[in-house]
Design a protein around this ligand. Sequence first.
Ligand code: UGA
Length: 439
Amino acid sequence: MVYISVIGLGYLGATQAIILAKLGHNVVGVDTDKAKVASLNSGQLPFFEPGLGELLEEMIHSGRLEFFSDYPEKLLDVSVHFLCVGTPQKVDSDEVDISAVLQSAAEIASRLSPRALVVGRSTVPIGTAEEVVKVVAEVSGFGSDTRVAWNPEFLSEGTAIEDSLNPDRIVIGVEDQESERVLREVYQPIIDSGIPFLVMDIRTSELVKVAANSFLATKISFINGVAAVAERTGASTKLLASALGLDSRIGSSFLRNGLGYGGGCLPKDIAGFQYQAEAVGATEFASFLRSVRLVNDGRIDAIVMMALEMLNGLSGKRIAVLGAAFKPNTDDFRGSPGVLLAKKFAALGVEVSIHDPMVKKLLGEERIRLLSSVREAVREVDMVVLATEWAEYKTLLPEELARLVRSKNIIDGRGALEAKDWASVGWEFRSLGEGGTSS
Ligand code: UGA
C-alpha cells in the first residue's frame, strides 16, 4: 500500500483517485471546487461514467479514499503526489495553458515530505516537467533532491475503468531508479497482470500522450478526407473503411467517418502539438497537423452544405440535431461536433433544437433549445441530423418520426442508420461519406 494524493478531481483526477484506491492504496483527493468535493465524499460522481459511480461509493466505504477542498496537513505524510489538473488551450491561441500544473506543483511543494515523489499525469507540452521541477525545488527548498516523474494517462471517456485497470500500456518518464521503484509499486497489480510497463526519459513520456492523441485524430481525419472524395464521386466510405480496416497494418479502430473528432482532449492536444511543432521549427509537421484539423472542421461545413442543398436555403428553417455529447456514453459536450453544428445552424438563421440522452444542460448556448425527448426535438422540423451515434438513435422508427416532422429530410452524420429503412418510407436520406445514398 502506498499513501497517495491526487490533485485536481476532474474527469482524469477523480478516475485516477478511485482506481488507485481500488488497487489497494490510501488516497487523498484535492480540488478547490467545494461542491465537487462534497459530491465525491458523499459517493456521488459529478459526471457520468459507466460503473465509476458504484466504484466510488465502494471506495468511500472502504475508508481508503477521501476528498478535500483545501490542501490538508496530511499531505506531509503522502509519498506520491499525482498532478491531474486541467491543461486547457489558451484563449485565442493554440498554445497549452500549463499554469494550473505549476500552481498545483507549488501548493504541493509547500507541503512536501523530503522523500516524496511528484508525478505529472496531465497532458502537457514537452518541457513542462522541467518547469515543475524548478517550481517544486524552489518552493520546497529541496534543490537537487527534488523528485519529479511523468505518467501520462490514456483513458477514454465511457471506458475509463477498463482503460485504467487493463490499459494497453503504462508509460512512465523518470530520471532516477527510486522514482521508477515507487511507480512500479503503485501499479504493481496491473503490471502483474501482464500489462507492458514502459520506462523512459521524461521528455519522451510527455510526448507520448500528445503524439498518441494526434495520431488518433489523424486517422479520423484521413477517413473523413476520403469521405469528402467519396461524397463527390459516388463511393461509400463505410464499405471502403471495412476493407481498409481488415489490413492488419492499418486496423479498423478510429476509422469511423462522420462529423469528426471532438471532446476535451483530441482537439486541444493536436492544437497544442501543432503549436509546439511550429515553435521548435518542425514546420512541415506543423502544417500536417494543421491539415488534420482543417479536415475535421470541414466535416461540419459539409453537413451545413448538404442541409442547405436539401432544404434549398437555411434561414428560417427548423432543424433537430440528435446528440449533444461529443460521443456516446458520456455527458461531456466539450468540443462536441453536434453542438458546434447546432451553433453554426443557429448562426445561419436556423431554429435549432437539440436532444441528448445524457446531456441535461448546455451552458452558454442560449440560441439552441435542448429538449428532453426526441419526439419533442423533431416536432415540426424541416430536417433531422444525427450527430452522435447513441444506441437509442439507431433504433428510431422512421415511420414514427415521419408523423412528427414537417418535412422528411434526414442527414446521418455518423453512418449509424440504415439508409433503406428511411428511404423506403419517403425520407430524403443523406449520409456523410456516402456518395450514393441521396434518397
Ligand atoms: C481520447 C483518447 O482516445 C484517449 O486515449 C485519451 O486518454 C483521451 O482522449 C485523453 O486525452 O484524455 P476521448 O476524448 O475520451 O479519449 O474520446 P475518443 O474515444 O478518443 O473519441 C474522440 C472523438 O473522436 C469523439 O468525438 C469520437 O466521436 C471521434 N471518433 C472516434 C470518430 O469520429 N471516429 C472514430 O473512428 C473514433
